[in-house]
Ligand binder design. Structure first.
Ligand code: HEM
Length: 151
């Protein structure tokens, strides 16, 4: 599984544009200073937004809205983005404890499906704009209709 670099890149690219946790807040217990020297007063709520960050040209470049697994590959080998630029699993000491397990499960499910089935959007792609439902964890508003064919 660790040698499937394109699959690893695809899973990361999917969650860059559609992070399962769209935003997340923290409350500052004591006065603090962020690494960029921003002062944060005790009691302040600080929110980071993986959905917005995944679509920032400053981080991902002008093609930030394009689905491009290749952006995660160097000479065909997957490389990890800075987790503070890609906080899909949060970052630092409180990073998601299930990160590696979640990635393994995602890749197993994706592999077992694409080996057996062919997936097509049920509508022409220009008529489909996947939209998130607001909420703690992500779901497509109205679902994403697809046609599934056995290979
Ligand atoms: C794609 C799947 C997943 C995503 C995107 C995800 C994302 C996250 C995020 C953003 C946090 C930080 C929450 C916060 O501190 O407010 C978190 C924490 C955590 N996650 Fe996940 N998670 C995923 C799957 C899992 C799985 C499968 C497990 C367990 C088997 C898990 C266990 C945990 C635990 C225990 C924490 C708390 C870590 C701590 O506060 O020290 N996660 N996750």
């Amino acid at each position: 599984m660790s040698e499937l670099h394109y699959l690893q890149a695809t899973v990361h690219e999917s969650m860059r544009l559609y992070p399962p946790v769209q935003h997340d807040s923290k409350f500052c217990l004591n006065d603090d200073v962020l690494p960029d020297k921003t002062f944060v007063k005790s009691g302040t709520r600080v929110t980071y937004h993986p959905y917005a960050m995944g679509r920032m040209a400053e981080i991902w470049g002008l093609d930030c809205l394009e689905f491009k697994p290749e952006r995660w590959l160097k000479d065909g080998v997957f490389f990890q983005a800075d987790p503070y630029n890609y906080p899909v699993f949060q970052a630092g000491l409180r990073v998601c404890m299930g990160k590696e397990m979640a990635l393994m499960e995602l890749k197993c499910v994706a592999l077992s499906l694409v080996r057996r089935f062919h997936f097509d959007l049920a509508l022409p792609s220009h008529e489909v704009t996947p939209r998130f439902s607001p909420g703690l964890t992500a779901a497509f508003s109205g679902g994403l209709p697809v046609l599934v064919r056995k290979i």
